[in-house]
Design a protein around this ligand. Structure first.
Ligand code: SF4
Length: 370
C-alpha cells in the first residue's frame, strides 16, 4: 500500500483535532471519561445511529448505573432495556462481560489490552475505543466509519472488507495519533465520518482536511472506500398466530418465550412458523397457512381456531429477512395447561417482558385497536 508524506499526516491530525475541539457534539457518554459509560455506548452504537442510541443510553445508565448493577440484574431486565435496539446478543454479552469485570477486576473496567479484548463481545474496535477514549492509550479504534475517512483522505483503494486493509489502517491510525491525544483523536475521526465524510454525499467543502484530501483531489470521494458487497439477508416467509384468549384469558393474547440459545434467545414473541413453501408464500393461500399454524400449535398442546389474515410485517436481521403474515386466531378452549414457555398477556404485561421490535409493533397495534 501507499506511503504518505509526513506533512499530509501531520496536517490531517492537526486540523482534525482542531475541528473536533471546535465542533464536537455534546453526547452523554462524552461528558465523563467513565469507562463503563464508554463501553455501553460503543456496544449500543454498533449498527445503530447516534440519535437512536441517546435515549437508550440514558435509560440503560439510569437503570444500571454501575458494572455491579448490570452484573446483578436479571437478564430479562437487561433485554427489556435493550428492546427495540436489535442485535440482542450485544446486550447478553455486555452483561456476561460485566459479570466477569465484577468478579475478576473488582467492578473496574480493566485498562490492559489483553484483559479488555478477552471480555465477551469486545472485539478489536471496542477494545481500541475503550482504551483510547477512557484511558487515553494510543490504540486504534477502526470501524467502517474510520475506514471510509482514511480510504478517502489517503486514497486507499484496497478492499476494506479484507483483514489486511484493516490491519494496515490500524497501523496508520497509531502513526496519526498525536502524543497524549488518543482519546480526542479517535473520537474526532469517528465524528468526521459521522458528520462530514458521510457514506453518501460527503461534505468536502466544509471538511477540515479537504485541502490535502487525496480522494477528493482525485475526484474519487464518492467511489471510495472500495468494499465488496456483503451477501444480502436470506428471505424467510413465516406465518404468525395472533391468538386471542377465551374465558379467563379473554382480552389477552398468547405469547411464547424463545429457547435459551440462538437467535433472539429468551425473548418473547407471537407463535410463528416457517411457511412450507417459502418462495410462494407471498401469493400462497392464506387458508393453507392458517391450517399449518393450527396444526403446529396443536402439536404443542394448544387448540386454536384460525380466523382471518390480520396484517403483514417484516424484520431484517444481519443474515435473514423475515416476511411475516399475521393471522387472527381464537383459542379453542380455556386452556389451563399451557406449555411452560407459553402464556397469555394483556397490554400492561408488555412493560415487564422483552420482545423483538417486530412483535412489539404487532402487539402494540393490536392492543391499541381492541
Ligand atoms: S475532503 Fe471530502 S472525502 Fe476528503 S475527508 Fe473530507 S469529506 Fe471526506
Amino acid at each position: 500500500m501507499n506511503t504518505y508524506s509526513l506533512e499530509a499526516k501531520h496536517y490531517f491530525s492537526r486540523e482534525l483535532l482542531a475541528w473536533y475541539n471546535r465542533s464536537k457534539r455534546d453526547l452523554p457518554w462524552r461528558r465523563h471519561r467513565n469507562p463503563y459509560y464508554i463501553w455501553v455506548s460503543e456496544i449500543m452504537l454498533q449498527q445503530t445511529r447516534v440519535d437512536t442510541v441517546i435515549p437508550y443510553f440514558h435509560r440503560f445508565i439510569d437503570k444500571f448505573p454501575s458494572i455491579e448493577a448490570l452484573a446483578d440484574a436479571p437478564e430479562e431486565d437487561v433485554l427489556k432495556c435493550w428492546e427495540g435496539l436489535g442485535y440482542y446478543s450485544r446486550a447478553r454479552n455486555l452483561q456476561s462481560a460485566a459479570r466477569e469485570v465484577k468478579e475478576q477486576y473488582g467492578g473496574q473496567v480493566p485498562s490492559d489490552k489483553k484483559a479488555v479484548s478477552d471480555l465477551k463481545g469486545v472485539g478489536p474496535y471496542t477494545t481500541g475505543a475503550i482504551l483510547s477514549i477512557a484511558y487515553n492509550q494510543p490504540e486504534p479504534a477502526v470501524d467502517g466509519n474510520v475506514m471510509r475517512v482514511l480510504s478517502r483522505y489517503f486514497l486507499i483503494e484496497e478492499d476494506i472488507m479484507k483483514g489486511s486493509t484493516r490491519a494496515f489502517m490500524e497501523g496508520l491510525v497509531v502513526e496519526l495519533i498525536p502524543e497524549g491525544e488518543a482519546s480526542n483523536f479517535n473520537q474526532a475521526l469517528m465524528e468526521l465520518g459521522a458528520l462530514v465524510c458521510t457514506p453518501k454525499s460527503p461534505q468536502c467543502l466544509t471538511c477540515p482536511v479537504m485541502e490535502h484530501c487525496a480522494g477528493r483531489i482525485a475526484g474519487m470521494e464518492e467511489s471510495l472506500p472500495v468494499k465488496t458487497k456483503a451477501k444480502p439477508p436470506r428471505p424467510e416467509y413465516r406465518a404468525v398466530a395472533l391468538v386471542e384468549g377465551v374465558g379467563a384469558e379473554k382480552g389477552k393474547v398468547l405469547i411464547r418465550q424463545r429457547p435459551s440459545e440462538g437467535l433472539l434467545a429468551r425473548m418473547w414473541e407471537l407463535p410463528h412458523e416457517l411457511a412450507p413453501q417459502q418462495a410462494a408464500l407471498a401469493g400462497a393461500d392464506d387458508a393453507e397457512q392458517m391450517d399449518m399454524l393450527r396444526g403446529v400449535l396443536y402439536e404443542e398442546g394448544i387448540s386454536v381456531v384460525p380466523d382471518h389474515f390480520h396484517m403483514q410485517a417484516e424484520h431484517t436481521f444481519s443474515h435473514i429477512h423475515w416476511n411475516l403474515r399475521v393471522y387472527r386466531c381464537t383459542a379453542a378452549a380455556n386452556d389451563s395447561s399451557l406449555p411452560a414457555n407459553y402464556r397469555y398477556i394483556e397490554a400492561k404485561d408488555m412493560e415487564e417482558l422483552a420482545f423483538p421490535k417486530v412483535f412489539l409493533t404487532i402487539l402494540n397495534s393490536y392492543f391499541a385497536m381492541v
